[in-house]
Design a protein around this ligand. Sequence first.
Ligand code: GLN
Length: 472
Amino acid sequence: MTYASIELLHRALRSGETTCATLVEAALERAAEKAELNIFIELFPDSARAQAFAVDAKLKNGSAGPLAGVIMAIKDNLCYQDHVVSAGSNMLRGFTSQFSATVVKKLLAADAIILGRTGCDEFAMGSSSETSAYGPVKNPVNPALTPGGSSGGSAAAVAAGICHASLGSDTGGSIRQPAAFTGIYGVKPTYGRVSRHGVIAYASSFDQVGPFAKTLEDLAQITEVISGDDAFDTTCSERPVPSMAPTKAEKPMTFGYYNEVLENPALDPEIRQYFHTKIAVLKAQGHTVKALDFPYLDVLVPIYYILTTAEASSNLARYDGVHIGHRSEGFSDLESLYKTSRSEGFGQEVQRRILLGTFVLSAGYFDAFYGQAQKARRVVRDATLSALEEVDALIGPTTPHTAFPLGQEYTDPTVLYLEDIFTVQAPIAGIPAVSIPAGPHSNGLPFGMQIMVGPFDEPKLFQAAHILDQRS
Ligand code: GLN
């Protein structure tokens, strides 16, 4: 098993109770024991052992970084030099990265150890980790259930006690929803807080990398490490990275919740009750809690799917059988090379989204769909930011219910899109959002509390989370 926190891990490393080499072997053993959960697409035993050896030496001479010996997994859409990255797709099966994503470089520079790449929905498109070309990931809490998606493998690696922490990516909820379904912590930072260089693109104006961890303090620390300006990503902010560690001092805060969320008919009644109780407790503790109206809840999912599929159709145009990725054997001319390579390489969900995205961008429909969705995005952003002028943080459930069974048949694929109803607001508005464990539910499963604050206010996000965290 892994240590309960980075602090305890570092104590054990400093006292000589363990070494990075021992930790890596234990993690590899644990991964093998848990192989049936299909968490990892690939383990990196050779590079992980080499890093352990190097970090053990640094620990001896006192030059080790802030994440020394922290065993981490990375989602299979993050480039790691000389390692395969596939975005959970046959399109990139066997593709070796020529460089490392900035977030990966930052982890390595902080002396974290990367154990392997984890299963995810293909090109991060999904809510259950089932659209992967490498088979579904199972939830360590109950293997008949999804760990959520798309970063299901990264969440499961932590929840199963294989890795100390991990990285995922969140476009519309892919860190927060799996964190909620597996009972751990996960954060989507502000858009522009973390570099996207070397992250396989899904929807570039939404994608953000963030960590999963077992404690809030670890989550904040890793977020701080991966944040910061990057010359390779022009959308990355130049703002200095503040200290994100939550302090123990708890000044009263003003929390807000949306009536439309808590009274939503799709919300599990027990989760609703949990929040009503939590609100009463917060008031009794001296915090202010305000009920707010948010008339846009029903349009969030349409805005999200119009804009992200549009961006995806453009981002995924590069996989044409010529430049990168799968090339079909069965082609007769250039046109059929494109068609067969893309038909063979992409799975059904990815093809569906490329079609939808191409449609909403096409002449004649652009204004009606893409243009309207862009305007609606601005309205939602403005409404969200003005709510956040009234309150310090918005709170609510991360998901409408607990983890659902794997292998369900969907006659209407858009049913799954509604899973994202509470998580897409943050990336539409570009603000940071964290999911912390709540519950458990009487069905024995975890669920999550989502907290959102204004842009670039991660210190306040973690401070609010500290107040709300039932474990702190
Ligand atoms: N479930 C959402 C989708 O399918 C979110 C995915 C993500 O955040 N990468 O697009």
